[in-house]
Design a protein around this ligand. Sequence first.
Ligand code: HEC
Length: 140
Amino acid sequence: MAVRPLVLLSALLLIACVASAEPAIDETQFPLTYLPSGERMYKQYCAACHGVDAKGNGPLASLLKTPPPDLTTLAKRHAGKFPYDYVSNILEFGPGLSSHGSSDMPTWGPLFRYFDKQNERVVQQRIQNLCNYLASLQGK
Ligand code: HEC
C-alpha cells in the first residue's frame, strides 16, 4: 500500500515525540491484558454508527452525511482477504487517507492515545483487538 512508508514514518516520529515528552513511562510496564476485547470496544465505540451487527445501521447512521459502511463486507470488497492495514490506518488516522474520506467518522488514534496515556504499544494493541473482531465478522 502506497501510504505505508508515510505511516511508518509518522509512527516513528510520534514515538520519538512521546518518548521525549514523557520519559517517565516505561512501555514494558503496562500490561496489555487490561484492554477490553475487540467486541467490547466495538459495541462501545462503533456500534452507534456501524450497528451492533456491523452492517451500517446503527441508531446514529441516519444523522450522518456519509452512511456508515457495512463492515462485514470488508474482506469481500478487498479481494477476499480482511484488509488489516487498511482498517488499522483508518482507525489510527481517520478515513481521510482513503479516497472517499469524510469527517463523519471519528479519528480514533488520538482518542486512544489519550485513553492510554500516550502508550503507543497499548494503542496499537487496542487497534489490533478491534481489527481482529471485525475480521471475525466477515461474511456474517
Ligand atoms: C459517528 C459515527 C461513526 C462511529 C462512532 C464510527 N464510525 Fe466508522 N465510519 C463512519 C462513516 C460515516 C464512515 C465512512 C467514512 C467515509 O466514507 O469517509 C466510516 C468508515 C469506517 C471504515 C471504512 C469502511 C470501508 O468500508 O472502507 C471502517 C473500517 C470503520 N469505519 C471502522 C470503525 C470502527 C472500528 C469504529 C469504532 C472504533 C468506528 N468505525 C466508529 C462512521 C462512524
